[in-house]
Design a protein around this ligand. Structure first.
Ligand SMILES: NC(=O)c1ccc[n+]([C@@H]2O[C@H](COP(=O)([O-])OP(=O)(O)OC[C@H]3O[C@@H](n4cnc5c(N)ncnc54)[C@H](O)[C@@H]3O)[C@@H](O)[C@H]2O)c1
Length: 296
């Protein structure tokens, strides 16, 4: 059911609806005829895909299929869509490059994101729709997802509870501040892959993939001590708070991977952009927002 909540001032309209409902997606394209589509909506998160796999099939497979079909029926200049670093699964070669094999997902979430890449490639080839997939690496920041580690850790520390550090802290993550992701998307939106005809007189798939990550993986224990420090400095935690007394080292979780590390040279080469906000700065901005938002 399509429910238009706010038509805004003419430059922004918010429509509440379910992507898995073909009529909703078709109705939006029919009404707005977008030139550029940025498809970020998805059921995100690795852990929840173990609890509720069907949500991933509905939103990420059927929902994304509906977006592709709409882009076919109402031709667009560019479809930009969110993929994920999780497609690299347990790959050991780092940094992760777009040309690496990604055939071994370790969660259904990762499998749906890899499927999105394949589905978009097929539509790019069949219907000459310029498509760009963006593999985001652990995005964090104000108003982020409460199910993500940095956010959940903060909630627990504020309540004085211990936080669980998976794989006994021996994990590395490439944390990317949300503003860097937004800037990356804005660069990519303006540069669709060029349409061309192949030797067979059919379109060469106008399709590209880019990593967007900080390219500076942090060890989980380092990350937690930085988080603890900025939470104290921003007044979210008391000055005498000891992060070491609130850490519990536990084994690896199903669906988790030991390391993520983005090679962003393709993004830099094609758009002259690379993420630049350091983990300390980004976590400080998150802590500042958290304090105001929860009125601590
Ligand atoms: N946050 C990360 O670290 C990260 C990393 C890699 C990739 N991604 C991808 O980036 C995108 C945004 O992620 P996020 O972290 O902001 O997640 P989020 O959960 O904050 O945002 C996703 C949005 O999609 C909407 N949505 C989900 N299913 C829908 C449906 N069926 N119909 C309509 N709307 C629906 C949700 O309501 C939500 O507003 C997702 O595609 C996610 O897979 C995120």
């Amino acid at each position: 059911m399509l429910r238009e909540v706010d038509r805004g001032t003419g430059c922004f309209a918010f429509v509440k609806g379910d992507l898995a409902d073909e009529g909703v997606v078709d109705g939006i394209f029919n009404q707005f005829h977008p030139n550029v589509v940025v498809s970020l909506a998805a059921q995100a998160g690795v852990r929840y895909s173990i609890e509720n796999p069907r949500a991933y099939v509905d939103s990420n497979l059927i929902g994304f299929f509906n977006i592709l079909e709409a882009c076919r029926r109402y031709p667009v200049e560019h479809l930009v869509f969110a993929s994920s670093s999780s497609v690299y699964g347990g790959n050991e070669k780092v940094p992760f490059s777009e040309s690496d094999r990604v055939d071994s997902p370790v969660s259904l979430y990762a499998a749906t994101k890899k499927s999105n890449e394949l589905m978009a490639h097929a539509y790019a080839k069949l219907y000459d729709i310029p498509c760009t997939g963006l593999r985001f690496f652990t995005v964090y920041g104000p108003l982020g997802r409460p199910d993500m580690a940095y956010f959940g850790f903060t909630d627990k520390l504020v309540r004085g509870e211990a936080i669980k550090i998976f794989n006994y802290g021996d994990c590395k993550r490439d944390f990317t501040y949300v503003d860097d992701i937004v800037e990356g998307i804005m660069h990519v939106m303006t540069g669709p892959p060029i349409r061309a005809t192949g030797k067979d007189s059919l379109p060469v798939a106008p399709y590209r993939l880019y990593n967007i990550g900080n390219s500076r993986p942090e060890n989980l224990t380092e990350f937690v001590s930085t988080l603890g420090r900025v939470l104290v400095q921003e007044g979210v935690l008391p000055a005498d708070f000891s992060i070491e007394d609130h850490m519990e080292l536990v084994p690896m979780q199903p669906g988790d991977v030991p390391v993520t590390f983005a090679d962003t040279s393709a993004l830099e080469r094609d758009f002259g952009f690379r993420p630049s906000i350091s983990l300390e700065d980004g976590l400080r901005r998150f802590a500042h927002w958290y304090k105001g938002y929860y009125k601590i």
